[in-house]
Design a binder for this molecule. Structure first.
Ligand code: ADP
Ligand code: ADP
Length: 217
């Protein structure tokens, strides 16, 4: 089960990836989480990407590909994984296909969470994240059991610095210009599976899950 979740920032990729991880046991590979961890550690990669992420621009393809390539080689990825936030450019999508092909592998499902821009903006405003685990909540749509505290890790939830309105607007432009063409890349090959991302979290999950199990049956 090699699954990709696509969609604009705020579409619900991380939320669905968390559920898939919880219920399938497959690892969630979130490039955003990996980069934020590198920034928090102050590693050389972290230093390189900090400013780029604060602006809401994309990290260079060669660095992203190197990070993903190293990650999917790890043993926990042998029976599949859930990609959240990668690929984000056509070059990344092409390289991922080539990387998998070398090992006679391919992506099994590419889900596009289709969400209107006004809805996405509303979601950003209330998004809160657990900084270490990367688990995502929403103050109204997906609240934790105890306000401000992650259900799993007990960490205090924070608002991401790039979820401020000016940065969000820029990220949406970057998405339209650089990531939307990836949807076309997969659509042309007949591989894109569109899911209505404006439904409640569990309904979106059901739609994804039906396609996953339908394919396995
Ligand atoms: P969101 O969940 O809002 O879509 P992410 O957590 O996936 O955001 O990404 C946060 C930031 O990390 C992006 O704005 C970008 O700077 C960087 N990033 C994450 N994934 C990639 C990628 N595949 N290519 C380039 N930059 C990336
Ligand atoms: P992405 O990873 O695509 O940027 P997230 O999964 O972080 O998106 O979701 C963005 C925000 O919207 C979060 O606060 C999340 O709790 C909330 N959210 C996610 N899915 C839904 C949904 N189906 N309905 C309402 N809110 C949602």
């Amino acid at each position: 089960m090699r699954v990709v979740l696509m969609g604009p920032p705020g579409a619900g990729k991380g939320t669905q990836a968390d559920l898939l991880k919880e219920r399938s046991g497959k690892p969630k590979l979130s490039t955003g989480d990996m980069l934020r961890a590198a920034v928090a550690e102050g590693s050389p990669v972290g230093k390189q990407v900090d400013e780029i992420m604060k602006r809401g621009d994309l990290v260079p393809d060669d660095l992203m590909v190197a990070i993903i390539e190293e990650r999917i080689k790890k043993p926990d990825c042998a029976s599949g994984y859930i990609l959240d936030g990668f690929p984000r450019t056509v070059a990344q999508a092409e390289t991922l296909d080539k990387m998998l092909k070398k090992h006679n592998l391919a992506l099994d499902h590419i889900f596009y969470l289709d969400v209107d821009e006004e809805v996405v903006v509303e979601r950003f405003a209330g998004r809160r994240v657990a900084p270490k685990s990367g688990r995502t909540y929403h103050v109204r749509f997906n609240p934790p059991k105890v306000t401000g505290i992650c259900d799993d890790s007990g960490e205090e939830l924070v608002q991401r610095s790039d979820d401020k309105e000016e940065v969000v607007r820029h990220r949406l432009t970057v998405y339209r210009e650089q990531t939307a063409p990836v949807l076309e890349y997969y659509r042309k090959q007949g591989r894109l599976e569109t899911v209505d991302g404006m439904q409640p979290v569990e309904k979106v999950y059901e739609a994804i899950s039906q396609r996953l199990h339908g394919a396995a049956a």
